[in-house]
Design a protein around this ligand. Sequence first.
Ligand SMILES: Cc1ncc(COP(=O)(O)O)c(C=O)c1O
Length: 439
Amino acid sequence: MTNVPWPLLPGRTPASVASAEGAYFNMKDGRRVLDAAGGAVVASIGHGRKEVADAIHAAVMNATYLIPPWLTPEREALVDELTGHWLPDYLTRIHLCSGGSESNESALKIAIQYHASRGEPDRNIILARDLSYHGTTISTAAVSGHPGRKRGLETFLQDFPRIATPYPLRCPLGPYHPDTADYYVQSLIDTIERVGANNIAALIAEPLNGSSGGAITPPENYWNRVQKILKDNGILLVIDEVMTGFGRCGEKFGIDLYDIRPDILAAGKGLAAGYAPIGGVYTTDEVARSIADAGLEVMFHTYAALPQSCAAAATVLGIVRRESLVHRSKTLGAALKERLQSRFGQHPNVAEIRGEGMFIGIEVVRDRETLERFATEDTMTSKMIAAGMKAGAFFYPGGTGEVRDILCIGAPFTIGEPEMDIIETALAAALAVPAGTKT
Ligand SMILES: Cc1ncc(COP(=O)(O)O)c(C=O)c1O
């Protein structure tokens, strides 16, 4: 098939995949390419597990569609799986959606409705971070610190007060400065003072930065201080774990890495690992009860909690537990990061190799001493991804606006030594692009 009107915008040639199995794509041209990104950091158990396909089939045959608030065996099984094995014990209330954007949108609505239910309807401002991604609906795009995905919409999207996202490598005080945490915590303090605590409903943030910055991890002593400030000011904490949740970062959730206790948590991607569209919002009894007692509604999306999506998610999470894949994400991710650091850590174009578990970011620069980036016109990210694909692995692009040229690895947790070899080879090929660029 040639000249298909796909994707929407002409002039972009998509890769064409005939099929996929395990951690590999079989490309239409016959090549085999490792899915080192898990698609968009989604496919945590790999492609083509029959057990999940069978569960989806059985769910469709059992009861294809029911309104989301009703219970079915598939919904009950997922709720049991989530509350019994995944969620922290204080996040007891579950609202399912069809993906990450819907989950974050619902999370923001719940935060605002919570304050309204307590007689504070004017506490309706959401604090956001300057480097972040929370989704592609109008509200979640607006709240995102992702200039690249907001181009052409700037005049339409609401502006939100922003605090600086911790970026230890590029902290304005200097790379890895001992006062890095102070600097970024001060940004929160100043913003609350400027906006007025009584006007702020919540802060939305990823525990560690997703693809907008490519797995940037916060400094020690950041989250504990942020949480205390929010609590002291009656501001809810909404944690977006759409990318980092369900084992991606070597723990059940990113909150476990930093001892974060959110009021509301949103998570998607790894929940059904790409087998079905599903995301979820999880909150406390107190938040849910307050909204209910005030007689407010939390409306569902028509396709929320679709039985076949719930069956896929419950089966995927069961596999992740049975095969100890969260632990594997931790140990394998650490081994892979160490391997990449030892081979490429001193590469003249590598500024940093970072991340947690099976979520790793490689930041590429023109000059590792000054951290000067390549120009946008150099389109370094696309060139490196193309070179990686040619050498056998797909990496996910990271960065937005000024922050650019970051390769993300988000491979299935099931990969082993042969796949780590492929990642190393493909990364060497990708890094040959900046190395071969004349300065
Ligand atoms: C942290 C984060 N939040 C939200 C989203 C949006 O999720 P979705 O694309 O499923 O709507 C993404 C997607 O990449 C994400 O990484």
